[in-house]
Write a protein that binds this ligand. Structure first.
Ligand SMILES: [Zn+2]
Length: 341
C-alpha cells in the first residue's frame, strides 16, 4: 500500500470495534500487509501450529533467525488473552534476516512458499518436517506423451500450492482446476525432446492427481510478467465454500495410485489483493478453527463479516478486491484420525 495511506492508517486510532472479535489485528509496519494477511491465514491453520508445538529443538540454535520458532511464538501471541501491541515484529525481523526484506511489496504466494521452505530448512525433527510437508503436499504425475512414438515420459512431483492460470472474463474455480489437469498439445516452439525418437516432437502434456493434502492452498495466478512489466488480471473468479474434487476431475486426470476420498474441502481463509500490480494492499478473510463466523482482517482492523462479503473478493472490477490465495481444509470424516494422505 502507499506510504501516504500507510501513515494515515497509523494516525487513525483503533476503535473499540477493532477488538470485538476473537481475532487479533496486526499493525502495518512498513508494507507488512502481505505478511500480516498470511499470518492471519496461518493462524487459522491450527494443524500447522499443532505440529510446530510438538517441536522440541535442542542443541545450538539462534531464536532470532529461526523462522519456525518465531512463527510459533507469534501465533501464540496472536491468540494471547492480553494483546501485545506488535506480536509479529520479531517475526518480521526474522524474515528480513532470511531474505524476505521489510519495506518491500511482496507477492503473497511467493512469501507463503518461502515461509514454508524456511520452516522446513530450520526444522531439525525429520518426522515433524515430513508431517508439515505432507500437510500441504499436492502430489501429481506429470506426463509428456510423444505424438510420434507414444513414448510416455512420466515425472512424479508435488506442489505446496496449486497454481491456477486464469483467463480473461469470467472464471470459476472448478473450471480452473479442470483446465490445470487437462492435457494440452505442445507443438511449434513448445515441442518437447523425445528420448525414444531422439529429437523434438509434437506431444501432449498433462498432470494426473496422485493425492490431495489436508490443507489445500490454491494460488490464483493474477500476476503476469510480460515485457518486463507485471500485469494484474482483475477478472472474476467465483469459488465455493465447499469444494468436492471427486466431482471436478475427469477420470483421465486421476492417477492409478489415487485413493478415492469423497471428503469435501471447506474454505477457511482467503488472502485478498486489492489495487494494481504496482500499488497493492493485502488483507485476509478467515474463519477460525471451530467457528462458523468469517472475519475480515485489514492490518490492525478486524471485523466480523458474512459469506456474501467474502464473495465480494471474486473480483471482476479494475482496482477492486480480488481473492489471490484460497485455503481449503479437508473435512474430517468419522474414520479420520489424522491428516496423513
Ligand atoms: Zn517419440
Amino acid at each position: 500500500m502507499s506510504r501516504l495511506s500507510y501513515l494515515g492508517k497509523q494516525l487513525s486510532r483503533p476503535t473499540r470495534r477493532d477488538y470485538v472479535s476473537s481475532i487479533r489485528g496486526l499493525r502495518n509496519f512498513g508494507l507488512s500487509c502481505c505478511v500480516n494477511a498470511l499470518l492471519q491465514s496461518i493462524s487459522a491453520t491450527e494443524e500447522l501450529l499443532k505440529l510446530l508445538d510438538r517441536w522440541n529443538p535442542s542443541g545450538n540454535y539462534e531464536e532470532r533467525n529461526n523462522v519456525p520458532l518465531l512463527l510459533r511464538k507469534t501465533l501464540h501471541s496472536m491468540q494471547g488473552e492480553s494483546p501485545q501491541p506488535a506480536p509479529h515484529c520479531e517475526f518480521l525481523d526474522c524474515l528480513d534476516r532470511n531474505s524476505i526484506p521489510r519495506n518491500v511489496q511482496h507477492d503473497a504466494d511467493e512469501v507463503f512458499l518461502s515461509i514454508l521452505n524456511l520452516i522446513l530448512q530450520k526444522m531439525t525433527d525429520t518426522q515433524l518436517k515430513e508431517e508439515i510437508l505432507e500437510l500441504y503436499k499436492v502430489k501429481v504425475e506429470g506426463h509428456v506423451v510423444c505424438s510420434e512414438c507414444t513414448f510416455n515420459h512420466k515425472v512424479n512431483s508435488y506442489m505446496l500450492s496449486l497454481p491456477l492460470p486464469l483467463q480473461k472474463g469470467q472464471n470459476n474455480l472448478e473450471d480452473c482446476i479442470q483446465k490445470f489437469f487437462r492435457q494440452q498439445e505442445l507443438s511449434g516452439e513448445d515441442k518437447c525432446y523425445c528420448e525414444r525418437c531422439g529429437e523434438k516432437q509434437r506431444s501432449t502434456q498433462g498432470f494426473k492427481l496422485c493425492s490431495l493434502p489436508q490443507i489445500l492452498c490454491i494460488h490464483l495466478k493474477r500476476f503476469r510478467y510480460k515485457g518486463g512489466f507485471t500485469q494484474k488480471l482483475h477478472c472474476k473468479v467465483t469459488f465455493p465454500d465447499t469444494l468436492n474434487f471427486s466431482s471436478i476431475l475427469d477420470p483421465d486426470c486421476i492417477s492409478d495410485v489415487f485413493k478415492k476420498d469423497d471428503s469435501p474441502y471447506s474454505l477457511y481463509a482467503v488472502v485478498v489483493h486489492s489495487g494494481t500490480a504496482m500499488f497493492g494492499h493485502y488483507t485476509a478473510y478467515i474463519q477460525p478453527p471451530g467457528e462458523q463466523t468469517w472475519y475480515y482482517a485489514n492490518d490492525s482492523r478486524v471485523r466480523q463479516v458474512n459469506w456474501d462479503e467474502v464473495q465480494s473478493s471474486f473480483g471482476g472490477q479494475n482496482d477492486g478486491d480480488t481473492a489471490y490465495m484460497l485455503l481449503y481444509r479437508r473435512q474430517k470424516t468419522s474414520e479420520d484420525q489424522g491428516y496423513s494422505v
